[in-house]
Design a protein around this ligand. Structure first.
Ligand code: AP5
Length: 190
């Protein structure tokens, strides 16, 4: 079974690209299950009465986030035993206490990803996508802060690769470029 980890700063469009790539892969008989790490964490955190909404999770004390993260990682690793999965998640999460690794060693050990994908685009475009998304309580950051977060994610992705032997692939998702990004991702996962 293939385990692909799909990442990107919030609002870059990683979820949009994952869903579209999965449609292409299904047409090619190379099915994946797309699992949102954030959704599984939300299930765990809601069961424990810690949060009500997904955007509250990155504001929790970091030790609570780590504990919830570990449980979510275990649930996802179990699913990966049965099917190819695309894990929609983050290389780093920007918390009030600093950047939290999205895939610390104890999560990686269970998941054993084959490929880590970074979905990226220009920080200006990401800023406007966040502003346009009224469905979420997105963090408002300067383009400089978004660029720093993308740098942190690249660094984190290479350390995850060093620990697991996974490859790291960068997929550009510029404005209006979802289809091309999804094709590129599907080609890498087929
Ligand atoms: P998560 O559910 O992953 O939410 P998120 O961080 O807000 O990221 P999204 O997935 O919603 O954004 P996206 O980049 O996929 O953008 P989208 O496709 O929606 O995580 C929730 C929380 O869970 C995190 O905050 C964190 O607390 C926690 N968490 C998750 N993983 C964790 C881990 N490993 N460890 C610890 N905590 C973890 O697109 C955004 C907008 O852009 C849309 O309007 C879309 O239409 C538009 N768009 C996309 N592509 C394009 C394009 N090419 N051109 C124009 N518009 C575009």
């Amino acid at each position: 079974m293939t385990v692909a980890v799909l990442t990107g700063v919030p609002g870059v469009g990683a979820t949009t690209v994952a869903d579209e790539a999965n449609e292409i892969l299904t047409e090619r008989d190379a099915e994946y299950e797309v699992v949102s790490f954030g959704t599984v964490m939300l299930e765990v955190a809601r069961d424990e009465g810690l949060v009500e909404e997904r955007d509250e999770m990155r504001k929790l004390p970091s030790d609570e986030q780590r504990r919830v993260q570990e449980q979510a990682g275990e649930r996802i690793a179990e699913r990966a035993e049965e099917t190819n999965i695309m894990v929609d998640t983050h290389c780093t999460i920007k918390t009030p206490e600093g950047y939290l690794p999205g895939l610390p060693e104890w999560v990686l050990r269970g998941l054993q990803p084959d490929i880590v994908v970074l979905v990226e685009t220009d920080p200006d475009e990401i800023m406007f996508r966040r502003l346009d998304d009224e469905t979420r309580a997105r963090d408002m950051e300067s383009t400089r802060e978004i660029a720093t977060h993308q740098d942190m994610n690249r660094n984190a992705a290479m350390s995850y690769a060093t620990l697991t032997g996974a490859t790291v692939k960068i997929v550009e998702n510029p404005d209006g470029g979802v289809e091309e990004a999804a094709e590129e991702l599907a080609d890498a996962l087929e």
